[in-house]
Design a protein around this ligand. Structure first.
Ligand code: COA
Length: 260
């Protein structure tokens, strides 16, 4: 499939999805959001793709936010619909069932920060700057940011970012747990690739069920979440991957997982 504002390239089971509007710092206009939705739907349906690295084109930005030119003219009805559409697309990423690493180079602001939050792990370049400046525009986060940011960094830190609209640099993002690691700018993609391949060396069903247990479980009371975990644990005991993984350990050889 070809896209206007996205580049999608597959290498050895990993899809590299690049948001490609560098002249607008990869701002998310409606067309780009629709293309991200289509690309992730295709990735979900493709068994050959086992993980994703999501990044932005150019030196300056991951994504500098929703496209302010579109936001400026929206009616309340448009605004609500745009917010729901964006939330669904980011939910699709979070619920992909395959690991998604955000490679954050430069600015990740507003909808761009929210997009990074929907990914499972974030790798930032040393020049990354992240924030939710919507309040400076007289609006607020609309792509899940008011919910995912406090769940990731805690309520107090999230509210400081959400209410001041100030950016944090890469080291501060690392300190507060907003990103998982910080790497030199020229190593961003290589380090993101290496990280996702560490994950993909493991059983695909293990990854899928772990993502499900964490994503669903965090929204449940602890006892219910643990029951859901136990059910998934029981189910995973029926898989070929479980038989292969445990057998390979006992035979002192690397496992060959089939994802079944
Ligand atoms: N929506 C639409 N266009 C955007 C954009 C956005 N969120 N962010 C950047 N752009 C555009 C600029 O309008 C400019 O376009 P132009 O060359 O046609 O004028 C181009 O991208 C380059 O941005 P510019 O502002 O010139 O770069 P800079 O290095 O001076 O500043 C930022 C970088 C990120 C600080 C600045 O672009 C900015 O504040 N962007 C908006 C961030 C924001 O509020 N995001 C939340 C939106 S809800």
């Amino acid at each position: 499939m070809s896209y206007q504002n996205l580049l999608v390239e597959s290498r050895d089971g990993v899809a590299f999805v690049t948001i490609n509007r560098p002249d607008k710092l990869n701002a998310l206009n409606d067309a780009t959001v629709a293309e991200i939705d289509a690309a992730f739907a295709a990735i979900a349906a493709d068994p050959a793709t086992r993980g994703v690295v999501l990044t932005g084109a150019g030196e300056k930005a991951f994504v500098a936010g929703a496209d302010i030119a579109e936001l400026a003219t929206q009616s309340p009805v448009d605004g609500k619909e745009r917010s729901i559409r964006g939330q669904r697309v980011l939910d699709r990423i979070e619920r992909l069932g395959k690991p998604v690493v955000a490679a954050v180079g430069g600015f990740a602001l507003g909808g761009g920060c929210e997009l990074a939050l929907a990914c499972h792990v974030r790798v930032a370049s040393e020049n990354a700057r992240m924030g939710t400046p919507e309040v400076k525009l007289g609006i607020m986060c609309g792509y899940g940011g008011t919910q995912r940011l406090p769940r990731l960094v805690g309520k107090g830190r999230a509210l400081e970012m959400l209410l001041t609209g100030e950016m944090v640099d890469a080291q501060e993002a690392l300190r507060i747990g907003l990103v998982n690691r910080v790497v030199p700018k020229d190593k961003l993609l290589a380090e993101s690739d290496a990280l996702i391949r560490k994950m993909l060396a493991n059983g695909p069903v293990s990854l899928r069920f772990t993502l499900e247990a964490v994503n669903d479980g965090l929204e449940m009371p602890l006892d219910e979440a643990q029951r859901a975990e136990a059910t998934l644990f029981g189910l995973i005991c029926s898989t070929g991957d479980m038989k292969e993984g445990t057998k390979a350990f006992l035979e002192k050889r690397p496992a060959k997982f089939q994802g079944k």
